[in-house]
Write a protein that binds this ligand. Structure first.
Ligand code: NAG
Ligand code: NAG
Ligand code: NAG
Length: 386
């Protein structure tokens, strides 16, 4: 069963959620399977693979320890240069012709990269799209959105959970960007006038790293569920609260083809602890997120928060995290903490703004007031000429 079919099946179960689901936005979408060749310098896992969940629990304790060693304790000394062919599942949506405002930002394409535990549908969840679809909101404001399943998730190529990591995910984004800029896989749009990266969490790390590698990659940057402030980042707490188990041990039917490097939250409460902030979410949506979650590669988890400092980036940059983001701010993003380091890193940007978004946790798009965050994003872009 493909993940999309699975989602359709789950939708039936989630009928209460879809009762009010109604598309108010007229959009034209195309889905693609895109062949790419991605070249990257990958960290090479140096430990034996996990053989059971006792080993996963010990490993999480070890990396969360206050005396944890650096990456040299986990990876071989030299990264390995690889060039691999993958297929990436992507969707491009643009305002339908005649839709009010369809030409407002004609030619601007937002390339959206999701974080850990999701696939591309994070940006357009098949539940109540009026409340939760970033894609629908962006389209209502005249933007087009290109979103995709990261390597190892959704309908994109499978790789080992000991191989999927920041470097190859960045290489995938860089290749997709070249294609989009050339006017490929963007429906009837043609060559975009501008490209903006929009990331969530690990997807933000991937977006910012792609810009650090090439500051012309994107004309603007939106980092959601993110921080550059290592003092408030809660990586260790997140690893522990997530109660990770080998995905195939939880559901061999669904995840049996994934190796033991793929782990996932054991239950909805582990998911909620890291991703949702009470009372500002619908428990049915949290259950939906848990039921449709994507396992994360262990090396993705380890590389998800490497500090990235793009030098000399000029594009307008918005950093927006939920005020109660447990992962990025230990549940309190107020008090200027999101500005720390970020204002220096983006000192050359045409504009920089950090927002601690009220009444939301880490999975900002799945909170009850997600639309307000979507508005912050498109308002920022449009104010800054994108
Ligand atoms: C990998 O590529 C980098 C730069 O592209 C190069 O400096 C390095 O020597 C290469 N490593 C190996 C093992 O070939
Ligand atoms: C990867 O794709 C390229 C371009 O289509 C092709 O030339 C090459 O042979 C492929 N490599 C492998 C290992 O399949
Ligand atoms: C960042 O600092 C500016 C003032 O320099 C302030 O207006 C803004 O609220 C701060 N943002 C956050 C999220 O703290």
């Amino acid at each position: 069963m493909t993940s999309r079919l699975l989602k359709q099946a789950l939708l039936v179960a989630a009928a209460t959620l879809s009762a009010t689901a109604q598309a108010t936005t007229t959009r034209t979408c195309s889905s693609y399977k895109i062949p790419i060749t991605a070249s990257s310098a990958n960290l090479v896992w140096a430990l034996p693979p996990f053989s059971n969940n006792f080993e996963v629990a010990s490993f999480v304790d070890a990396i969360a320890s206050r005396s944890a060693g650096g990456p040299e304790t986990l990876f071989q000394r030299a990264p390995q240069n690889v060039s691999v062919n993958y297929t990436i599942a992507a969707t491009f949506c643009q305002p339908a012709r005649g839709q009010p405002g369809a030409s407002a930002h004609n030619g601007a394409v937002l390339i959206a990269t999701h974080g850990l535990a999701y696939d591309g549908s994070y940006w357009d969840p098949p539940i109540d799209r009026v409340k939760y679809s970033f894609v629908d909101y962006a389209i209502s404001q005249g933007y087009s959105v290109f979103f995709y399943d990261r390597l190892g998730t959704g309908d994109s190529s499978r790789v080992s959970g000991y191989v999927a990591q920041l470097s190859n995910q960045v290489a995938v984004l860089a290749e997709l960007t070249k294609l989009v800029r050339a006017g490929k896989y963007v429906g009837s749009l043609g060559k975009p006038s501008s490209v903006v990266y929009v990331g969530h969490s690990f997807g933000s790390t991937i977006s910012i790293q792609a810009i650090a590698n090439d500051i012309t990659a994107a004309d603007g940057l939106v980092l959601t569920g993110y921080t550059l402030n290592s003092d408030v980042l809660n990586g260790q707490g997140t690893a522990e609260i997530s109660a990770l188990r080998i995905a195939s041990s939880l559901n061999s039917h669904r995840w049996g083809q994934l190796d033991s490097g793929y782990v996932t939250q054991v239950d909805v409460f582990a998911n909620v602890g890291a991703f949702f902030a009470a009372p500002d979410y619908d428990p049915a949506v949290a259950n939906f997120a848990q039921q449709t979650r994507s396992p994360m590669g262990i090396v993705e988890l380890i590389t998800s928060q490497v500090p990235v400092h793009p030098v000399g980036y000029k594009g307008p940059t918005l950093l927006i995290s939920g005020q109660k983001d447990f992962i990025m701010c230990k549940s309190d993003c107020d008090g200027g903490v999101l500005n720390v380091t970020a204002v220096d890193v983006f000192s050359t940007a045409k504009a920089f703004k950090a927002v601690s978004y009220p009444l939301a946790g880490h999975g900002i798009n799945l909170h009850l007031n997600a639309v307000g965050a979507f508005k912050e994003i498109t308002d920022f872009l449009s104010t800054n000429g994108l």
